[in-house]
Design a protein around this ligand. Structure first.
Ligand SMILES: [Fe+2]
Ligand SMILES: [Fe+2]
Length: 206
């Protein structure tokens, strides 16, 4: 038990403090920097900070869910998806630096909350655990699509990252559905949307 705790604590510290690495090339690798006004840069930075914070939450959720998932196939799928979320972390992290900013100061708070939520979802059993995952990914997909509307038109680098992340999240949702995810009740879906709204609103500024 203590070993398990130390391993998970170490994962958390790494997510929050160590730079993430990507095995795939960054989606904006081949794209040059376009000139952005100060206001556009600030706006793109805020949006990418929100996306980075979302990926920190994804790490914690998957980590919590994998800890409590019963079916080995579900556990394995969660670990695989978590691996791609690390790449998302790496992409958004680098883009934030290029835009001249820093990651959200609230990341540790959201990480801790998401980890608890992931553990709780896992304890409800695999079909609800996967249902929670599928719903999260659908909401993230919609959120990323909205960012494609909001990001400055000429910021092709941030847009390429967000578009690839959106495609990955859609795949994660399909994977959860194929593994037997249950549809979450409407009030739960609503509560998740509300929580995400608070997260995005706060990490844009902080
Ligand atoms: Fe992601
Ligand atoms: Fe995902």
């Amino acid at each position: 038990m203590l070993d398990k705790f130390i391993i998970e604590f170490d994962k958390g510290l790494r997510t929050l403090c160590a730079p993430a690495a990507s095995q795939r090339p960054h989606p904006d690798e081949a794209i040059g920097d376009a000139p952005l006004s100060e206001a556009e840069k600030r706006h793109a930075l805020g949006l990418m900070r929100v996306n980075h914070c979302g990926e920190v939450c994804a790490q914690a959720l998957y980590q919590g869910q994998a800890l409590t998932a019963r079916d080995p196939a579900a556990r394995e799928a969660l670990r695989e998806a978590a691996f791609e979320e690390v790449e998302h972390l790496a992409w958004t992290e680098r883009r934030i630096r290029e835009l001249g900013g820093r990651v959200s100061l609230l990341n540790p708070v959201w990480y801790t909350g998401s980890l608890a939520l992931g553990v709780a979802a896992g304890l409800l059993g695999d079909k609800w655990n996967l249902g929670f995952l599928e719903e999260t990914e659908h909401q993230v997909e919609a959120h990323l699509n909205s960012h494609l509307d909001k990001l400055p038109e000429q910021d092709a680098k941030s847009r390429a990252i967000v578009a690839q992340m959106r495609d990955d999240e859609m795949r994660h949702a399909d994977m959860a559905r194929d593994l037997g995810a249950a549809r979450l009740p409407l009030p739960v879906r609503g509560a998740m949307k509300l929580t995400a709204k608070i997260m995005t609103g706060s990490s844009y500024h902080l």
